[in-house]
Design a binder for this molecule. Structure first.
Ligand code: SF4
Length: 371
């Protein structure tokens, strides 16, 4: 049986992001004016007990025979001006969480409060003005841009849907945001195939920003890019966050990327949030064996440093039939009998907002060497 051991290091030598403060009241802000979401001005998004199941149909009459439990009772908050990182392996439910929060797909149950309003209960028509406030940057910069539309129209599409009927005005707005993301304004007349992957992702960012959103879901925005381009796009996202007062839900499987950009981080496993903490605290003092295994799998840029990798035992279980008790017990090197029977609650393990769902989180500390 593998044992959690070895140093836990991260690979990218970036500046450390500053944490935001909490507790201040909400502030008013105009989405078109921007800049309303200053750090420390309260909670912008409050996700409570979010559930997203996909029914599996079978039999002659195509009746529901089971559910794929993609997101199963996930709760978290995001403060204004903050970046909340959501990390985990493919299929853990992080992208489904992001899309369900935006109502790009219906939730099975739960609540999503945006500026104090439960948007899951709103009629779809009432979502239109909120679409301006809540935007998404997609993972794939190739498939997310319509190849038959010039860049100006791609960026202007959302503006037109939100009532900007003047074509010249839309083009000028597109030019403004192209400049903001480091591209030339004259590119409005070019087509997506004329750009590199990094430039396409910048166009996707310009499209999201053109509506002056308050909240942006960044769904693996750098995963499809070359490593050299990734840091440029990450720095651009940080600069734009500062300039426009944006709040990010940043979804990624690359822990180095998440650490660099996030103020707080949530770790998901098989549809559950298993750890949630301020970013530096989680990376230096993980409280869940799954987080430790993810951290130890990250490459170290220093060849003089050695670490023993944690090879998790067993396959990733199916979300169709997740394990009883702790869902991680089939792969966890610390698992005991209780883990197979009793699901561990997500609890504050330190009294400082470091949450973990593990019966034996106190035993995890010895395995993670501070970086
Ligand atoms: Fe491992 Fe048990 Fe903790 Fe789950 S509850 S992570 S199986 S030690």
């Amino acid at each position: 049986m593998p044992v959690l051991s070895g140093n836990v290091h991260m690979s990218m030598n970036f500046d450390t992001p500053q944490s935001t403060e909490s507790g201040a009241p909400l502030v008013d802000s105009s989405p078109m004016a921007g800049g309303g979401n200053k750090p420390g001005s309260g909670v912008l998004l409050d996700v409570r007990h979010l559930v997203k199941y996909y029914p599996v149909l079978g039999g002659l009459f195509r009746v529901k025979v089971a559910d794929v439990k993609a997101v199963d009772d996930v709760s978290f908050t995001i403060k204004r001006g903050e970046t909340f990182g959501l990390v985990g392996e493919s299929g853990c439910g992080k992208t489904t969480t992001g899309r369900t929060v935006l109502r790009l797909q219906p939730a099975t149950s739960g609540e999503v409060f945006f500026e104090g309003q439960d948007i899951l209960k709103l009629p779809l028509a009432a979502m239109k003005p909120l679409r301006r406030d809540m935007q998404i940057i997609f993972q794939d910069p190739y498939s997310s841009l319509n190849p038959r539309m010039p860049v100006g129209d791609i960026i202007g599409e959302g503006l037109r849907a939100q009532g900007m009927s003047n074509r010249k005005e839309r083009e000028e707005t597109a030019q403004f945001y192209l400049k903001k993301v480091g591209l030339r304004p004259e590119y409005v007349r070019r087509y997506p195939h004329e750009f590199s992957g990094g430039q396409r992702q910048r166009i996707g960012i310009a499209r999201a920003l053109s509506l002056r959103p308050k909240f942006v879901v960044c769904d693996e925005p750098v995963s499809a890019l070359d490593v050299s381009i990734q840091s440029q796009v990450l720095n651009l996202l940080k600069d734009l966050q500062e300039e426009f007062g944006l709040t990010y839900l940043f979804i990624a499987h690359n822990l180095s990327v998440v650490e660099y950009i996030s103020d707080r981080v949530g770790v998901m496993y098989l549809g559950k949030m298993v750890e949630l903490s301020e970013s530096r605290e989680l990376y230096n003092n993980p409280k869940h064996p799954y987080s430790v295994s993810l951290l130890s799998a990250a490459p170290i840029p220093d060849p003089t440093l050695r670490k023993q990798r944690i090879i998790l035992s067993g396959d990733v279980p199916s979300p169709l039939n997740p394990p009883s008790g702790c869902r991680f017990h089939t792969r966890c090197p610390l698992a005991q009998a209780i883990c197979r029977e009793v699901e561990p609650p997500l609890e504050d393990k330190t009294g400082t907002g470091h949450y973990a769902a593990c019966h034996f989180s106190d035993r995890v500390a010895g395995y993670a060497v501070p970086r």
